[in-house]
Design a protein around this ligand. Sequence first.
Ligand code: ZN
Length: 468
Amino acid sequence: MASAWEVVIGMEVHVQPRTRSKMFCGCAVGQLGDKPNSNVCEICLGMPGVLPVINKAAVEACLKTALALGCEIPRHTKFDRKNYMYPDLPKGYQISQYDLPMSFNGHLELGGREVRIRRVHLEEDTGKLIHAGDKLHKAVESYVDLNRAGVPLMEIVSEPDLRSADEARDYAMALRTLLRTIGASEADMEKGQMRAEPNISIRRSGSDELGVKTELKNINSFRALHRAILYEVARQAEVLESGGTVRQETRGWSDAEQRTFSQRSKEFAEDYRYFPEPDLPPLELDPAWVAELRRALPELPSVRNSRLVARHGLPAADAALIAADRELADLFEAAVAAGAPARQTANWIVGEVAPTGKLPSVENLAELVRFVSEGAITRDQGREVLVESVETGRRPSEIVTEHGFVQLSDESELQAIAEAVVSANPKAVEDYRGGKKQALQALMADLRKRAPQANPRVASGLLLKLLD
Ligand SMILES: [Zn+2]
């Protein structure tokens, strides 16, 4: 299957910009778990006769995002009404942007290549329906919570440049890093601040034509995004290989059943009867303001990634992982500036710090990495010191002294232990001499048991001398 079909994915990602209030009124954006309908007013409830006001902080976050994605920013932009009827939309329309979006023609760097960004625009979120009751007896009751109605959303639309579920997930993660780095959004998928909507089609390898696409709605975790795409690609391939045709439709993802399911067919193009929002003036974007926002952008993750490789000589995988997290990247560079060797520091951050999510202080990490790389303590001891240092905030030097951690590098002391190991393991010795070089590992394991603080390099050298 993988070779017969090429996967084509475009992504729409909705992100809640970091603002205190909603898109067009003064209501708090609130948070998950707020009492239903507690953050509402006549504007976001869609009462007649009210006037929306554009939230400047939302526009600023959207412009920063667009600039960080290398988009063009027009002088003039406007909001439009997207008309449709649904119970979670009290106005009967959503304020969005149609033909004059706030930005267009950008790109996001992903693993050394560019994913084109079609546009980044602003709109408002809708409310939420909550269904309760007994489906079997058709006594279902539906409630509406309008806390989310009017919450600002940036919509980031990519061109269909992604070619696999892995790439789509990496793209979403890179976007999250970028948004956090520039402070435009916390982009926490678990809190509903970021939702992905991939549109997916497949075509025969080598073909230039696009296949019929399906769109997956409201995916709210990286894991679900990855799995939903894998499922959808396999489903489409099965349909096509059995002689069927893929229907253009919107599909949902069921996490419980690990499958996509049809939501609504798109056989007829939707007619939202867009027209300019008459209650809002067109928005003039002052070039001086845009230039100021551009100047104030921090270093972007892709630039940092290249620097980690070029200046510090990190392997690409380590650099990517560290650059993808601003806190880790800051920690890495500060520790190196404090005198820790770069590659070992990266190694500790990737292997020990990142998985726990608990960061040591810069000084403590630098000291620990130095101890281990200079051979003062073993790597195992170093791990213990790190855990304790993160928990208590104490200096590694204190912890090392207190535990009596030292690395035993003295050859005369280690010699006796190595000899004991060799005489206690005749089978492994015989294997080694017979050509099974991996038997050395068994001998090293026994040696570590007898002398946990042994310097592995010195100890294995002594063992090898005895064996040869
Ligand atoms: Zn309101």
